[in-house]
Design a protein around this ligand. Structure first.
Ligand code: ATP
Length: 240
């Protein structure tokens, strides 16, 4: 098999004395969608923050494209093409949709290509095109989530780290957003790692899944295999 694009080995991260990541290893191949499932507080957000350099790990390694990047400054990590779409969307509320997208491309200078990519985002999310002159703070939760993803795309990510894109959205909207993520992966080749509490929708989207409990990976496998697992059914998929 090809060397993984992202390879995490024995990672440990702390908040002061609290050990939030307790020796996590996982890998993402180019072109894959990998999901990390887990309940509230399992450490999923901390894992993404440690990959994108918002937090420094205490131990272990994060390799991207064969190079160790753990402990690097977040802007250096973004420059490598690792783009984090944080939980809670965090769009700039007083800027318009269009301005948010342009700001998303802040590391780039190629104006005509930026315009092309903005058009690509509008093609995937037509509602954003309709609301391009509207202040982002006045969008619905689902539209803000779309904008956060769109802004991430403006950096031409080599991998996109998505923190709970389904959070707080209606099932219909979640389905819409996940369908778009699937198309972005299939048609644009965007590699993704997403952390989710919503196991069903995440496993439907992903190729590979990991299950995290209290800072550790307790199970992993192909998304199909995990969906069939009795433990996953009982603890994460409810009664079906
Ligand atoms: P959620 O979906 O609620 O974000 P999560 O799986 O992403 O859950 P994390 O947010 O990564 O979990 O939290 C992992 C652990 O670290 C939890 O025990 C949490 O209480 C703790 N933690 C998270 N943020 C902080 C912080 N800023 N200071 C101290 N402890 C924190």
């Amino acid at each position: 098999m090809e060397a993984p694009l992202l390879d995490i080995r024995n990672l440990e991260s702390f908040y002061g004395p609290i050990m939030a990541i307790r020796g996590v290893s996982l890998s993402v191949q180019k072109g894959q969608i990998v999901t990390v499932l887990g309940a509230n507080g399992a450490g999923k957000s901390t894992l993404l923050k440690t990959i994108s350099g918002i937090m420094d790990p205490e131990k272990g390694s994060v390799s991207f494209d064969g190079q160790e990047i753990q402990g690097d400054e977040p802007h250096r990590i973004v420059a490598r093409g690792i783009v984090h779409v944080p939980e809670g969307r965090e769009v700039f509320p007083l800027l318009t949709v269009e301005e948010n997208l342009t700001l998303g491309a802040y590391t780039r200078k190629d104006r005509s290509e930026i315009e092309q990519d903005r058009q690509m985002v509008f093609d995937y999310f037509p509602i954003l095109a309709e609301r391009r002159h509207q202040e982002a703070g006045t969008l619905s939760g689902g539209q803000q989530q779309m904008l956060a993803i769109g802004r991430g795309l403006m950096l031409r990510p080599r991998i996109m780290l998505l923190d709970e894109p389904s959070l707080g959205l209606s099932p219909l909207l979640v389905q819409e957003i996940f369908d778009i993520l699937k198309r972005l992966n299939r048609d644009e080749g965007v590699t993704m790692m997403l952390v989710e509490q919503n196991a069903r929708i995440a496993l439907e989207l992903a190729h590979v899944g990991y299950v995290m409990e209290i800072g550790r990976i307790v199970m992993d496998g192909s998304a199909e295999r995990l969906m069939e697992s009795e433990d996953i059914k009982a603890f994460y998929l409810g009664h079906q």
